[in-house]
Each structure stands twice: as structure tokens, then as C-alpha cells.
Design a protein around this ligand. Structure first.
Ligand code: NDP
Length: 291
């Protein structure tokens, strides 16, 4: 139903938002608008830069407008917790919310679709993950969300490797015992060598964002035919990390798939409809070609 039809005959257009600071350069609105058009759904999406000391006021205003849902980006992913009514297991365990949805009873639920989006990309590539061991670089927001989903889907082991080891250890402690997945940490001193075939290796630090030459300090042994190397960085899409992994025969997975999938899952939360992921990926590629 187009917006005009919705205005004349209802249901009224649904309002969605993205809050963050800064938000310039964030392509989510464009991706969502393209998806709404393709779905013939009367959604309106706005991107709002919110001052950190105005977060509560902003959220109260959005609730008063009966927004149907929205996205939360840095620096608010943790700060929104006190203003929401309920949380999914993914949000609770990762201690971060990137997606808010108005529930049937008028309350607002916080979810984290980042890790789920990543997992979906990985499963599409690899299939069953239950025998896989995963080396995960990073312990920030993206890494935490991914670690949570890897544990919830019960991979064999998650090995957390972070520049600041204490952060990896804190994350590991939160996730140990949640399922049968073993969660361990390893020191990152000098070059981290990937030499075991069959590993899934996930680059979830911010290294390489907007810089196609920068790569974390990692080296791959030759002939790793069954290693899956994944990067969360989506701009550039083909990062130095992925290129390094491909050189030794590894299969690679870029961060754009995760970004698309977290948006797809958000739209499903909000509308109950399945949007066209191809349309959303094309929108992001177009946005990044301008950015
Ligand atoms: P955070 O700031 O929460 O975490 C940053 C992480 O990067 C930390 O683990 C930090 O280590 C590590 N790091 C930073 N600089 C270095 C360095 N020089 N060497 C080694 N490690 C370093 O960021 P996020 O987790 O939110 O974001 C990380 C990346 O993920 C960003 O590029 C972001 O764009 C991307 N992202 C992608 C998504 C997608 O859908 N594809 C979704 C969300 C994020 P330390 O703890 O030691 O500081």
C-alpha cells in the first residue's frame, strides 16, 4: 500500500527512526526506504542526530509519536537500556540494543540483530556450524553481538582475541556456561598466526574501516582450503584482511552481508514481512559509492 493510499484509507504510515551521534554517512535510511518501496509498505524512516544528554527526551518524544520501531547506533547501544520495557536474549547477552520494536501491548522491546545478521551470512556460506571452532578478533560491540550468536547456535568453541585482553576475558565470562560452547581467550602479542584448517576466523575490530590498506596483525599459513575468513567492516567491502585470507585459499565473507541481514531482521521485527535483501544490498552499494 503506498503512502497516499494509507493516508486516505489507512492504516496510517508507520514511522521508524535511527538515532546516533554522529549519523552523517549512515546509509540505513536509504536502505530502509528502498526496502519499503519494494515491499509496497507505507513506512517513513528518519535519521536523527541526538545529543547524548538528550537521549531520554528524544526517546520519550519518539514514543509519544508512537513510532513503530527504529535503529540505535553508537554511542547509544548500551545507553538505551533504561528506557525500554523488555529485551531479547541477544540484546541481554550482548549488552547492546541496535533495534527497537513497538509491541502489540504498546511497550518497546530492544533486540540486537547485528550478531544474528552475521550468523545468517555465515550459515548461508557454511551450513552447519556445530563442529566449527571460531577465532574472533575484537571484544567491542560488533564482536560481542557475534560472540553471543555463535554461543547461542552452539558452535564447538569461540576463541576471543582482543588487543585489550581484559575486555575479551570479561566477554568470555559472560558467555561461559550459556550453552555447551566452550568460550576461551588468547593473548594477542605480535602477529597472530592462523594455521589450523577448518577454523572460522572473524575480524570484528574496527581496523580497516575506511582504509583498504589497513589490516589487523594476523597471518595465514599456506593452503588453508577450509578456513572461512569473515570481516565485519563493510566499507571498503573487500578489506585487506579478506584479501590476505584469499591469498592462502580461504573462503571469505564481507561485512556488507551482515549489514544487510541485520536490516532485514529489523524490518521483519517491525512489519512481520520479509523484505528483499537484494534491493537492500543494492541500496547500500549505491550509498557507499557516493560516500
Ligand atoms: P567498538 O568501538 O565497540 O570496538 C572496537 C574494537 O576494535 C575493540 O575490540 C578494539 O580493541 C578493536 N581495535 C580498535 N583499534 C584496534 C587496533 N589498532 N588493533 C587491534 N584492535 C583494535 O566498535 P564496534 O564493535 O561497534 O565496531 C567494530 C567494527 O564493526 C566497525 O568497523 C563497525 O563499522 C563494524 N560494524 C559492522 C556491522 C555490520 O553490520 N557489518 C555492524 C556493527 C559494526 P580494544 O578493546 O583493545 O580497544
Amino acid at each position: 500500500m503506498d503512502t497516499l493510499h494509507a493516508l486516505m484509507k489507512g492504516p496510517l504510515p508507520s514511522l521508524f527512526f535511527c538515532i546516533g551521534n554522529p549519523v552523517v554517512g549512515n546509509p540505513t535510511q536509504y536502505m530502509m526506504e528502498e526496502a519499503f518501496l519494494a515491499m509496497d509498505f507505507p513506512g517513513q524512516y528518519i535519521t536523527c542526530e541526538v545529543e547524548p544528554n538528550q537521549l531520554q527526551t528524544a526517546l520519550e518524544g519518539l514514543k509519544a509519536l508512537k513510532v513503530a520501531g527504529g535503529n540505535v547506533t553508537a554511542p547509544f547501544k548500551q545507553l538505551v537500556f533504561p528506557y525500554l520495557d523488555s529485551f531479547t536474549e541477544s540484546a541481554r547477552l550482548s549488552n547492546a540494543v541496535n533495534c527497537i520494536t513497538l509491541q502489540a501491548d504498546g511497550t518497546y522491546q530492544g533486540d540486537n540483530t547485528d550478531g544474528k545478521g552475521f550468523l545468517q551470512s555465515l550459515q548461508e556460506q557454511v551450513g552447519n556450524l556445530s563442529e566449527r571452532r571460531v577465532v574472533l578478533f575484537g571484544a567491542g560491540g560488533a564482536a560481542s553481538a557475534i560472540a553471543v550468536e555463535l554461543v547461542l547456535c552452539e558452535v564447538q568453541e569461540v576463541i576471543l582475541v582482543n588487543r585489550t585482553r581484559e575486555k575479551a576475558e570479561a566477554l568470555a565470562q559472560r558467555l561461559r556456561g550459556v550453552t555447551k560452547t566452550t568460550v576461551s581467550t588468547q593473548a594477542w602479542e605480535g602477529t597472530y598466526q592462523i594455521e589450523e584448517d577448518g577454523l572460522v576466523v572473524v575480524q570484528a575490530t574496527s581496523v580497516g574501516l575506511f582504509d583498504e590498506k589497513r589490516c589487523i596483525d594476523v597471518a595465514f599459513s599456506q593452503g588453508l582450503q577450509d578456513v572461512i575468513a569473515c570481516d565485519v567492516v563493510f566499507n571498503p567491502t573487500d578489506t585487506a584482511f579478506l584479501k590476505r585470507a584469499r591469498e592462502v585459499g580461504a573462503t571469505t565473507l564481507d561485512g556488507l552481508g551482515m549489514l544487510v541481514n541485520q536490516g532485514v531482521l529489523g524490518l521483519q521485527n517491525w512489519t512481520g514481512m520479509v523484505p528483499d535483501a537484494q534491493v537492500m544490498r543494492a541500496a547500500l552499494e549505491k550509498a557507499f559509492s557516493i560516500g
